[in-house]
Design a protein around this ligand. Sequence first.
Ligand code: ATP
Ligand code: MG
Length: 176
Amino acid sequence: MSTPPLRLFFAIPCCPQVACDISNWRARHAIDGKPVAAENLHLTLAFLGSQPRGELAALEALAANLEPAAFTLHLDRLARWKNGLLYLAPSKTPAALTELELGLREQLLATGFSLESRPFKPHLTLARHCPRLPSAPPPTFDWPATEFTLFASENTAKGTRYRALAHWPLRPPTPA
Ligand code: ATP
Ligand code: MG
């Protein structure tokens, strides 16, 4: 019997402290819609969709080729897309994040994976099916990104769970 494919994506998982702060902030404001579980808060770098398990080795090898630099994400925008997705985003995208996303995209395309061509809009989803933008002033969260991860998204009885399959460190800045 063949093994079922995996629903894969690369992302930066939110560190537990910032995830807790975001989750507490969210709970203090009347935010309608379906909240993303605190343990699932993340920033997607590349969505691969359904992939055979046999692709995992190639994905891990190409990710290991990257040498991305660490950065801090300054989440200072609260916004909502018209599809009801409520999110936090940085007003300025750190150059190291742009480089990581571009490097990953380049490697994935070169290895034969298909990616959507929409421009990268870095964001952390707070809730889905949110009917309106909350009137709360935008909060500010400083999120130190130290690793990126290959996740399998799985449906469980408790809702969607992201299973980390492999992760790679982001290189800390070298002292001057
Ligand atoms: P669910 O769909 O079960 O409610 P989810 O959206 O968190 O939960 P997935 O659909 O598996 O789980 O998505 C995993 C990640 O990939 C999320 O960040 C999601 O926004 C992103 N994603 C899903 N589909 C696409 C797509 N077609 N293009 C780009 N990113 C996507
Ligand atoms: Mg989804």
